[in-house]
Design a protein around this ligand. Sequence first.
Ligand code: FAD
Length: 469
Amino acid sequence: MSGDALIERLAAIVGGEQVLTAEADMTPFLGDWRGRYRGAARCIVRPGTTSEVAAVVRACSDAGVAMVPQGGNTSHCGASIPDTSGQSVLLSLSRLNRIRAVDVPNNTMTVEAGCVLQEIQATASRVGRLFPLSLAAEGSCQIGGNLSTNAGGVQVLRYGNARELVLGLEVVLPSGEIWNGLRALRKDNTGYDLKHLFIGAEGTLGIITAAVIKLFPQPSAVVTAWLAINSPQDAVTLLGKLQAGFGAGLTACELVSDVSLGMVLKHIPEAQAPLERSPWYLLLELAGAGDADVLRVQLEDFLGDAIGAELVSDAVIAQSGDQAARLWDLRERISEAQKIEGFSIKHDISVPVSRIGEFLDLAGEALNAAYPGIRIVAFGHVGDGNLHYNQSKPEAGENASFMASQPDVNRIVHDIVHALGGSISAEHGIGQLKREELQRYKSAIELDMMRAIKRTLDPKGLMNPGKVL
Ligand code: FAD
């Protein structure tokens, strides 16, 4: 089928105005937010229903044309950007954005893939429930993208990754068939749990069109605090004590280095240091069903003991929602500030929580020896063993030469992570950025199983080629 014939067939399925071919219309879909990847496509197609997605996939499959699913395009690893051949069709899921059902007694909601995460959170809140997936990109990322990347975020400690928040999926397979797995069951042991194949698959096995997601009670009390601490080891000790003292009430425990805070204070005009500067900080959130004042007093007691034990040097507890939001802003805007500072090398690694201190010591020593003056911007979800371990060039260094050192910096960091039993991607996924790294660190048997699954579901290799495998 010629390119034009395929575009005509796609236009007949979704309507001519939903097939974009003009360069200016396609441009926003073809580059990533970090400015690292720019691809090309024969068109952008925007189906509005699951059956339209299925018909689009069938048309592309018949024509032997590759497809790239795209949600909010907030990927950190170029996962939703096509290659530069200009041969693929980019499928934007944004118009598939209906909330299909809310079942309050069952604590579930059925949502289409293109629903923006923040809108899902707001819908849950309107019925007195919480959808706990929360990340800084929530104003633009979509649930289909969140599930396809098994997104994490700041509440994994209490509620788990996106994978743990899903009961059922509807998926258009690479053949164009629709799998309706929209079950709203918390218990279902009827063979292989197929939904987990598509969660975290980065669009390489099929297109998620809808999901049944879990809702939770809204906590009536939320208390947020910012702690000055001396070391990541102290953070891990505190985490254990907080979990023992508050159980599931500890919903977030975020580690922030002073280098990271320094970048926020430098580049975000409204940012203010909440305490005297210290080598490290912890941002805590406690949530529960009781009274916020009671929870606040319990946290004050806890912090009094921790200061007495010299685990915490100083602390502030937010006295209002506004103050809590300002503390969260210091954490959430680190990536933005680091972007303003210049080119950065990013790692979203995980290691067992018990080895976080060891990882930071080993990686810090190795990077400083190889690149004197390198600035290490480390922050993240200490409770999950997941750190954003990013590097900025030395103050006097050049962006270009720092960019050239990226493969070597990755090797240093990832080899240490691997040696400590960790993962080279705890959150952002593989995309096109870490495809070669995956080959280095996954065992041959694991890669073979992944390839076998890919071949079985996508024998023509048309679904988001060049990503993950
Ligand atoms: P996209 O970027 O559009 O796509 C991501 C991948 O999913 C691609 O492979 C794409 O092909 C595939 N895909 C998209 N929709 C579908 C679908 N319906 N069916 C099949 N495949 C699909 N991530 C975290 O995990 N935790 C964080 O804390 C976090 N913080 C972030 C903060 C900022 C400021 C930014 C910009 C990003 C952050 N991210 C984080 C990364 C990103 O937001 C997540 O990966 C998010 O889940 C991607 O959603 P998206 O809709 O933008 O997907």
